[in-house]
Write a protein that binds this ligand. Structure first.
Ligand code: GDP
Ligand code: CA
Length: 305
């Protein structure tokens, strides 16, 4: 059974861990690259790295991102020298960013680099990029436009989001690997990731939304009882005029989905979701332990069987 997962960082990686290594499942993950940014002359790809570190067993479990057993001595030197250091980058993490930046300078594509890193780190599933071009989310707040990381990390998601833009998306070409992974999938899963800034910049790459629409697609709600597990998705959805609950997520994905998986706590929303013209299954969707991730992944496959 071929499963292709569209994923952001933390929520996406938890879902990826659920499918990774599940008996009979061949997993391809298409990760979000629109949070990418340059820091200290290096190219940083936070969501791809969160996926890679998670599936490689290197992730800092308490944080959900970054490398376990990490130090911050390189960042300390940068701070001493007057560089801006609000983006927390660990020493081991820096090694990967240096490698990626040098490989880009040698002319390798971002997806080749991601695949190489995943292979060397021992990731069994495929980690694919939606595009090899640069796409960057921008966030308009009262003071003007911020880069995604300025909004997310430096401002800690405090300002109200007035508008989102995905710079470069109109001209971004899809990778063949992403198109094929969707076309060949038995099931496409939209992870419980931020719909606006993790899933949309993947779907908006030329051809990908149509490919997903043509596939058997299920989304897992990142909102449980109208709240996020972590991050700004609920506040973002509200300030952009969307309902901030599982029904709002289903409405936002309307036309793309065959099925929606919502939390058992949201049973009251199931009727409204089915009225949109798709199936709906209730499962426990909060993933902390590995067993919960795998149970959710297995439950999704069962619901779609
Ligand atoms: P980011 O790129 O690190 O911000 O992560 P994602 O976009 O992949 O995921 C963020 C979303 O994941 C948030 O809206 C969270 O509510 C959601 N999320 C995180 N953990 C869980 C979980 O265990 N279950 C569900 N259903 N959603 C989760
Ligand atoms: Ca992200």
């Amino acid at each position: 059974m071929k499963v292709t997962l569209l994923a952001g960082g933390v929520g996406g990686a938890k879902m990826a861990e659920g499918f990774d290594g599940l008996e009979g499942v061949e997993l391809s993950v298409i990760g979000n690259i629109a949070d990418d940014a340059a820091f200290h002359g290096l190219w940083i790809s936070p969501d791809i790295d969160t996926l890679t570190y998670s599936l490689a067993g290197r992730i800092d479990r308490a944080q959900g991102w970054g490398v376990a057993d990490e130090g911050h001595r390189a960042l300390g030197v940068l701070k001493e020298l007057g560089a801006e250091t609000w983006m927390t980058l660990g020493d081991r993490d820096f090694g990967l960013h240096i490698y990626r930046s040098a490989a880009l300078a040698r002319g390798q594509s971002r997806s080749e680099i991601a695949a190489h890193v995943a292979r060397v780190f021992g990731v069994k599933s495929e980690i694919l990029l939606p595009t090899d071009d640069v796409v960057q989310t921008r966030v308009r707040v009262a003071d003007g436009w911020l880069s995604f990381q300025e909004y997310f990390v430096r401002e800690q998601c405090r300002p109200e989001v007035l508008e989102l833009a995905y710079d470069g998306i109109e001209s971004a070409k899809p990778t063949d690997a992403a198109l094929n992974a969707i076309a060949e999938a038995d099931i496409v899963v939209l992870a419980p990731s931020n719909p606006l800034v993790s899933i949309t910049p993947i779907l908006e790459v030329e051809g990908l939304r149509d490919a997903v629409r043509a596939a058997k697609t299920v989304a897992v709600s990142p909102l449980i009882a109208g709240k996020v597990v972590k991050g700004p998705a609920d506040r973002m959805m509200k300030s952009l005029g969307l309902r901030a609950d599982a029904l709002g997520v289903a409405e936002y994905y309307k036309g793309v989905l065959d099925h929606m998986v919502i939390d058992t706590q949201d049973a009251g929303l199931a009727e409204g979701i089915m009225a949109l013209g798709q199936g709906c299954t209730m499962l426990p969707t909060l993933m902390t332990e590995r067993a919960e991730k795998q149970a959710l992944a297995a439950g999704i496959l069962e619901a779609l069987a």
